[in-house]
Ligand binder design. Structure first.
Ligand code: HEM
Length: 133
């Protein structure tokens, strides 16, 4: 194995940049804390989370957002498609949740450009999450 293969370093540091901008693991733990608090207080979607295990949800979200932002984590949960398959999630629900994430990022002082980078990486998940067309 080459110590420094061409491009590998660049690709890694670029992916890792978002993870660092989000404050690494402690930043993500704090962000998911605020995010999930927003969700369960959001009258538009709170009912869908009534039976959710909030602590487990936060833990899984931290791992997943860590991976998505290029951090050194592993998401060991089920696929987005499987998890959300029977939850009757609409486009409006998805947008409400995204707003809750944006609000959480505002509260945590995450710069707008960083916010947009994370949202851009999460956006494609709508295909697996929105089940009510
Ligand atoms: C990009 C958007 C989303 C991401 C990244 C995401 C991520 C996750 C993850 C990682 C879990 C697993 C938690 C666990 O293993 O228990 C989960 C569960 C869940 N998600 Fe999502 N989700 C998204 C959108 C949504 C939306 C829009 C809704 C509904 C408004 C929703 C409702 C739920 C519910 C109800 C659970 C089950 C929680 C539980 O039973 O503990 N999700 N989501």
């Amino acid at each position: 194995q080459t110590a420094n293969p061409p491009m590998a370093g660049a690709a890694t540091s670029q992916a890792d940049t978002l993870y660092r901008a989000l404050g690494e693991k402690p930043g993500l733990v704090a962000l998911m804390d605020t995010f999930v608090a927003n969700i369960v207080a959001d009258a538009r979607i709170a009912a869908q989370f009534k039976e959710a295990n909030v602590d487990h949800l936060k833990t899984q979200l931290v791992d997943q957002i860590c991976v998505v932002s290029g951090g050194p984590c592993e998401y060991k949960g089920a696929s987005m498609k499987l998890i959300h398959a029977n939850l009757d999630i609409t486009k409006a629900d998805f947008h409400a949740l995204v707003e809750d994430l944006q609000a959480a990022m505002d509260v945590r002082g995450i710069p707008f450009a960083t916010q947009n980078q994370l949202l851009a990486r999460l956006a494609p998940m709508h295909r697996d999450v929105i089940t009510v067309k």
